[in-house]
Design a protein. Structure first.
Length: 594
């Protein structure tokens, strides 16, 4: 989702929290709100500092400066620091550095300075003193910067080298592993016990763990394992784009497939029909859920694993990438007592993150929130979530009917797929419920046309709809290799940039791009930013809907009312130096009428 900083990972003592109020850094009401969230176990559990940052009550940098003053240690930024010598890094083992989120920062003959994310973790300083034989002094730094530095300086062997080592450890010779002979699939079907045993071999387990850990370290959203007649291909989807990775030899496909099926509790003997499952991993002390999909293909089974990282759902609305005007409309409609808010966009456009962030803001003890999802990807504390099961008749429509007997205040329907679901959702909105749902359309005005094609009457749409949001994700420029360059105004206009967004600029315009570095795997991009087209359904808009006006008229009125189109949002991010021309064109190619 948005390219946001990690929240500070420390449990802020109540004494320091009270000092924040005394110093007027936060208000007493904000502290009370955070303590209530802490008591409920949401947004970071018992870590008060994390909650304050997550709720937007205090900036991470401001909290770090405050803690450094109170704890009597210096605060440093690691973002633009000079390269740390190898002998300094070697002074602290990687396992210790990652476990305690610290980085060796400087070293002399008898003293070592370490950057800590948690200034209250004083016991590790004594341990390091005994381990290194040096006097140890601590400085305070951002957790996000420390984690980035750990990845930068503690470089393990490359994935390809590790895979080669695993192959050498296995009983399969290198020549056999690199051979092009296909595995006899019939023989595998006849010998399930042998295949299951091979899946439990240490080399196969290491291969699967390497693939999964590599994807998580690369911040990938999906892992694709694809068999071909002469090779096996592994790809990670990073920031919405697939990148090929080092892959094990083709000989190992059957064992790898079986290993993943065992982990996901799937039927290892079934290879004729698709299967879906889930698995949970713990990597570097962090729990990661994965959704596994197995699809029979001609050369073998293709496996796709969706990485479900719930930490991405704790993003505040202000951090998602909304433009100020769009966020004001979204917040207004999100807090209405009843009506329908629709989120639209293709698969992978960040709809789930937006929906869950909105629900998290509405999730209070006096609000009954029920969701109907297919599937339930993330489990949220304090929200009742229902999994669609069409085999037993639990469809979106059936779930919605049941919800209305559960005294809900807020209802979230995973997707409006048919007329029945749309009609029940509209009836729920008209009888005093706030409803959120999704549609698959290219832009916000197109959603009204889509509902009309489903058979929803215009008078029902005009009465129930509050807002329609269309969204996309653009890759953000890597901050570590970002560089500027100049282009002519006319060149931008020819690319489709609206002249009204260039009025204040004369001559040449400064844009930015990423050169490519280790931090961004030579792509020039790291993280993503959201583009949000928010169409508020006002009285003039309702009149057009009642008259069955085409989408272009709805869009024209929306722009006249102040709606920013997807292209206009992308241009803003381009001119602000957050993304590139190529990304703007790639993501908003269909939205040229701005």
């Amino acid at each position: 989702m948005a390219n946001t900083q990690h929240a500070l990972s420390l449990g802020l003592p109540r004494r320091l929290a009270d000092l924040l109020v005394e110093e007027k850094i936060i208000t007493a009401d904000q502290l009370k709100n955070a303590l209530e969230t802490q008591r409920q176990g949401g947004q970071g559990g018992d870590k008060l500092g994390t909650i304050l940052i997550g709720k937007g009550f205090i900036k991470e940098e401001r909290l770090l400066e405050f803690l450094s003053q109170q704890c009597g240690i210096s605060y440093v930024s690691l973002a633009n620091m000079p390269k740390i010598p190898e002998e300094v890094i070697a002074a602290v083992p990687e396992a210790i550095a990652r476990q305690h989120t610290l980085l060796p920062y400087n070293k002399t003959k008898d003293r070592i300075i370490v950057a800590l994310a948690d200034p209250l973790n004083v016991l590790i300083l004594d341990d390091l003193k005994m381990m290194t034989g040096c006097d140890v002094r601590a400085v305070l730094a951002s957790e996000a910067e420390i984690l980035a530095a750990l990845d930068k300086y503690y470089k393990s062997a490359s994935s390809q080298e590790t895979l080669d080592e695993i192959v050498r450890e296995s009983n399969v010779s290198q020549a056999e592993a690199e051979g092009v002979d296909l595995v006899d699939e019939k023989a595998e079907d006849d010998d399930i016990v042998s295949l299951e045993k091979s899946a439990e071999d240490a080399p196969v387990i290491k291969m699967v763990n390497l693939i999964m850990a590599g994807a998580i370290k690369a911040h990938a959203s999906d892992i694709h394992i694809e068999p071909f007649p002469k090779e096996l291909r592994v790809r990670y989807r990073i920031d919405g784009v697939l990148h090929e990775q080092p892959a094990p030899p083709r000989k190992f496909h059957g064992a790898i497939s079986t290993r993943i099926k065992i982990m996901a509790n799937l039927n290892i003997a079934e290879r004729r029909v698709p299967q879906d499952g889930r698995l949970k991993l713990k990597i570097s002390g962090k729990e990661i859920d994965m959704r596994v999909s197995v699809l029979p293909c001609a050369p073998g089974e293709k496996i796709v694993m969706r990485i479900l990282d719930s930490s991405g759902l704790k993003v505040q609305m202000s951090q998602l990438g909304f433009e100020p005007e769009a966020l004001a409309v979204f917040t207004k409609c999100m807090n209405m007592p009843y009506g329908i808010n629709l989120i639209t966009g293709p698969t992978g456009s960040g709809k789930s993150t937006t929906l869950y962030s909105a629900l998290a803001n509405l999730n209070t003890p006096d609000t009954n929130i029920i969701t109907c999802e297919d599937p339930v990807e993330y489990q949220l504390h304090g929200i009742n979530q229902v999994q669609v099961n069409t085999q037993v008749g639990l469809t979106f429509a059936a779930g919605l009917r049941a919800f209305l007997r559960q005294d809900p205040d807020v209802i979230m329907v995973g997707e409006v797929r048919d007329l029945e679901t749309a009609q029940i959702a509209i009836n729920a909105a008209l009888t005093g419920h706030l409803v959120f749902s999704t549609l698959h359309t290219n832009d916000a005005p197109g959603s009204i046309t889509r509902l009309g094609m489903m058979g929803v009457e215009p008078f029902l749409m005009s009465s129930a709809l509050l807002m329609i949001l269309a969204q996309r994700l653009v890759r953000a420029i890597c901050l570590e290799c970002k560089e500027s360059y100049e282009v002519e105004l006319d060149w931008l206009v020819k690319l489709g940039v609206p002249p009204n967004q260039l009025q204040a600029r004369k001559g040449k315009v400064t844009l930015y791009r990423g050169k490519g570095c280790e931090n961004c795997a030579k792509t020039g991009y790291r993280g993503r930013q959201g583009l949000y087209e928010v169409l508020e359904v006002t009285d003039p808009m309702r009149e057009l809907i009642l008259n069955k006006a085409p989408a272009r008229e709805l869009k024209a009125l929306g722009i006249k009312q102040g709606m920013l189109t997807l292209r206009a949002c992308a241009v803003r991010k381009l001119l602000a130096g957050q993304t590139t021309v190529e990304e703007m064109i790639r993501v908003t190619a269909s939205d040229t009428d701005s």
